[in-house]
Design a protein around this ligand. Sequence first.
Ligand code: ADP
Length: 295
Amino acid sequence: MDSYSLGYANIALVKYWGKKSKDPVLPYNPNISLRLDNLLSKTKIEKNDNNIDEFYINDEKQSQEEVDKMIKFISKFTPTNREAITIRSYNTVPTAAGLSSSSSGTMALVLACNEYFKLNKTTKELVEIAKEGSGSSCRSFYKLAAWLEDGSVEELECSLDFGMMVLVVNEDRKKISSRVAMERCVQTSTTFDAWVEKAKGDFVLMKEALKDADFEKIGEITESTSTSTPSFSFLTEESHMAMDIVKELRSKGYKCYFTMDAGPNVKVLYLREDQDKLYEEISKLWKKKIILCME
Ligand code: ADP
C-alpha cells in the first residue's frame, strides 16, 4: 500500500539563531515553537530499480548535491547494506522560503525511513535522529515544543488555540540557506551575545505566558524575538509593509502579532477564534497571497 509519512513545519515563537555545537546538536539558546499543521511534507521511500539513489520534491528531481545531503543524513541511522532508494516527497509548505520546509521535510523523511527500513524507533528516538538532519525539525513532533540548551526537547502545554497565517512576500527558494545565514550571523554579528542573552530571558517569559494563557504577552514576546541580529537580514520592503499592516490592525484592537524567520515572508500569530474577521481585514490591505497555516 502507498503510505506517506507526514512531517510538519514549525515556526518559533522564541527563536534560536545558530548552533553552539554540531555534535551533539545544541542550540545557543532554548527556543519554543508552534507546529503548523497545514504546512507539511509527505514522504515515502521506494526501492530504486535502476540502482541509484534519487530524491524528488513535488515530482521534481533534486540535484545530486541534495541527494548526497539526504543520503549522508539517513546513512547515520539506516542499514549500511541497503538497496538503492527513491525518496519521494511532496511539500505543501513552500520549499526553502523561510517557512521551515527543512523541518517538515526532515521529520517526514525520518518517519518514512522508520517505516521502510522497519527501524521500530520510539518517538523520542526519532526526535533525536531528526535533529541531526535539521536542528529545528526536532520541534515539529509536538504542537508546542521547547528545544533546550542541553539538546532535549519538551512538549509544552497551553490552553489557547493559536492560529497562524503567512503574508507571502516571495515563495521562491532563497539564495542563502538558513544554515549558512545562521553561521554568518554567529561569526560576524557584533551583537550576537546580547541577542542570545535576551532570547534566554524571553524563553523563561514565554513559558510563563503560555502557562498563564496570556495571549498579549505571548504575542509581544514573539514579535520582540523575531528580528535577527543586525549583520544579516532576509527582509524586503514588502516584508516591512506586511509587518506594518499587522501593527496597524493591532492599533485598531485586533489581537495579532508578526514574526519573521530566515526568509522575507511574514507570519501572523492570532487566536483561532479571530481567524475569519482577521483574514477579512488583512485581505483588504494585503493583495498578495495569504496562507492559512492551521485550517
Ligand atoms: P526553509 O526555510 O524552508 O527551512 P532551508 O534553506 O533552511 O529553508 O532548508 C531548505 C532545505 O530543506 C532544502 O534545500 C532541502 O535540503 C530540505 N528540504 C526541503 N523540503 C524537503 C523535503 N520534503 N524532504 C527532505 N528535505 C527537504
